[in-house]
Design a protein around this ligand. Structure first.
Ligand code: SF4
Length: 287
């Protein structure tokens, strides 16, 4: 065991990386304490739209119409309710109605009759010298000549120019995992924002992805230091407004629970708590 390092598997998804960059204490609440969060209308809407955008590609190309997409909404909502009964607290008309309009916007941005994804909801995982990076890619398009396009759907609005880099970090994270495992550098990374009908894209270079790898390693080193010291500090910011943990946060007058047994191990590999990185987790940060 290296000095100052925990002797366990180390794993990171883009959503948890985003949590730590936003606020180390937020990362702790989600990864170490696993404090349950109330159902969020935005997250439920996002999951519903993602599910329909996945299922629509089960249909033959000519049948991928906006009407057929809307027809999938009630069934997917029912399936989500079975998996997460707490979602029943949300107003079904609001959630399904909002999903319908987001899907209509998607049809204005992309034409699924002309798309044939090679993968949907693709789990990617790569080992960076002992640090496992992983996550779910919404859609992977492969051209006849082998070029790869990584596509991610967002149900919110596109970020301002200042925050574009942060939004694209998630896709570079996936691109790095694909490059390391398949040996192919994805030629395009594309974010499709349904909230304001915007498409953001970048054609990454090897230098871009090497820089992403350095950033991930530096971030991981910071997570390890905090995990070993147990010094999970709050970082107040605009995102506190929609943080579920304000009542436990010292920055807002709250008191966090005592650190659980095995906190360092839990902080470095969420799978050690018995759960693998779910699609919900992998997507939740970015919606
Ligand atoms: S309320 Fe703000 S400072 Fe506190 S845990 Fe949440 S994001 Fe961090």
């Amino acid at each position: 065991m290296e000095p100052g390092r925990a002797d366990c598997t180390r794993a990171l998804s883009p959503s948890r990386a985003a949590d730590f960059m936003q606020c180390p204490l937020l990362y702790r609440f989600r990864v170490v304490d696993r404090v349950p969060e109330p159902p969020s209308a935005a997250a439920a809407r996002g999951s519903l739209v993602h599910a329909v955008l996945d299922r629509i590609f089960d249909r033959p190309a000519a049948e991928r119409t906006v009407e057929n997409a809307a027809a999938l909404v009630p069934g997917e909502w029912e399936r989500m309710l079975v998996e997460e009964p707490d979602l029943a607290e949300l107003a079904v008309e609001d959630t399904c109605g909002a999903a319908d309009s987001l899907l209509e916007r998607w049809f204005e941005l992309e034409d699924p009759t002309r798309l044939q994804p090679s993968e949907r909801e693709l789990y990617v995982e790569a080992d960076l010298d002992g640090l496992v990076i992983r996550g779910y890619v919404d859609r992977l398009d492969e051209a006849p000549d082998g070029r790869l396009r990584v596509v991610d759907y967002k149900t919110g609005r596109a970020p301002s120019e200042t925050f574009e880099g942060r939004a694209l970090f998630q896709l570079k994270f996936y691109a790095l995992a694909l490059w390391r495992t398949r040996g192919v550098l994805p030629s395009r990374l594309q974010l499709v924002y349904l909230g304001d009908r915007t498409v953001l894209w970048i054609d990454p270079t090897e230098a871009d992805l090497r820089a992403t790898e350095r950033k991930i390693r530096a971030l991981w080193s910071a997570i390890e230091q905090v995990a070993v010291s147990g010094d999970w500090r709050p970082r107040r910011g605009r995102a506190c407004s929609w943080c579920s943990f304000q009542s436990l946060c010292p920055a807002w007058g709250g008191t966090p629970p005592p650190l659980p047994e095995g906190a360092t191990r839990l902080a470095l590999d969420p799978r050690s708590a018995g759960s693998v990185d779910s699609g919900q987790e992998a997507r939740s940060a970015a919606r």
